[in-house]
Design a protein around this ligand. Structure first.
Ligand SMILES: [Zn+2]
Length: 203
């Protein structure tokens, strides 16, 4: 079961993925109290970040402390979280203490006590884009936002990397794509979206 909590600003999504009495969290933009209500006392085994923009990470240390869980993210997220300009918080948010973090690089499997999550470094929207796959669900952050391609005009954005990311998502098998903002969509819908944006990028 997956529950979604939407943050009160720029509507960034937080997902809580459950298996019985255990769960993990994807992104940390929404108020801790709202997420806590959804978790309802279940054990949090990890907090996964899709990329380093502040609207997805703002409350990560609060979550880590309150839920007693480690944070997992791309090795390239440090540069974003450590710099309030690069994470687009206009200097209001930065992290200097990364003792709760475990950094991921390339691709592999993240093994939590009750979950196995495949991860893969993407790119295009930011240098810190990380894809997470759990069962039939994938979490793409802002690489794809609902039925739109993510922005590629930001610090660390890269058009060629976005092309590679979209081509990878098109070839990937999944049932539901969960974006960093907006609605969830099935693969059939997203293949059309991804194909359209690939044509746009390569024209
Ligand atoms: Zn973003």
């Amino acid at each position: 079961m997956i529950e979604k909590v939407v943050s009160e600003f720029i509507s960034s999504n937080v997902f809580v993925v459950f298996d019985g009495d255990y769960c993990f969290i994807v992104d940390a933009g929404a108020k801790k109290e709202e997420v806590e209500k959804v978790i309802a006392g279940k054990k949090v085994e990890g907090i996964l970040l899709t990329h380093g923009h502040y609207d997805h990470c703002l409350r990560v240390l609060e979550y880590a402390k309150s839920f007693g869980a480690k944070v997992y993210a791309s090795e390239f997220i440090k540069e974003y979280l450590g710099d309030g300009e690069k994470n687009y918080s206009e200097g209001k948010f930065s992290i200097q203490d990364f003792s709760n973090f475990n950094f991921l690089s390339g691709e592999g499997k993240l093994k939590l006590p009750h979950f196995e999550i495949a991860f893969k470094q993407l790119g295009g929207h930011s240098k810190s884009d990380m894809l997470y796959c759990h069962g039939d669900d994938i979490f793409v952050g802002d690489v794809v936002i609902g039925r739109d391609m993510g922005r590629i005009d930001l610090y660390g954005s890269d058009k060629a990397e976005m092309e590679k990311s979209l081509a990878y998502l098109k070839a990937l098998n999944y049932l539901t794509m969960h974006s960093g903002h907006g609605e969830d969509n099935d693969k059939k819908t997203q293949d059309k979206v991804v194909s359209l944006w690939l044509r746009f990028l390569t024209r």
